[in-house]
Design a protein around this ligand. Structure first.
Ligand SMILES: [Zn+2]
Length: 94
């Protein structure tokens, strides 16, 4: 499991290397109401046509892992005591 902050290049490299992985979109200040699960293949979190720092800057960070179970642990650290997610992306349906 790896967390990306203000480093879109490394984030996008991880996404390219782990197309079957999962991504948690979180705020840089832990907010249990914003812990959103995506598949690494989801277009909404990986298109390279976005503005600089669109993914891991501007108040947001990404936590990447190869399994959902790891991200359940990450969700707990964001303040979700039961390890659930505030939302699962409706596009990629993880
Ligand atoms: Zn998604």
């Amino acid at each position: 499991m790896i967390r990306f902050s203000n480093d879109d290049l490394s984030y996008l490299a991880w996404m390219a290397a782990h197309p079957d992985g999962f991504v948690l979109n979180v705020r840089c200040v832990a907010d249990p109401d914003y812990v959103v699960l995506h598949r690494a293949s989801c277009g909404s979190i990986s298109t390279d046509k976005q503005a600089p720092a669109a993914f891991t800057g501007r108040g947001y960070e990404k936590i990447c892992a190869v399994s959902v179970a790891e991200l359940e642990l990450a969700a707990k650290r964001e303040g979700r005591n039961d390890g659930s997610f505030s939302k699962r992306c409706g596009l990629c349906r993880p």
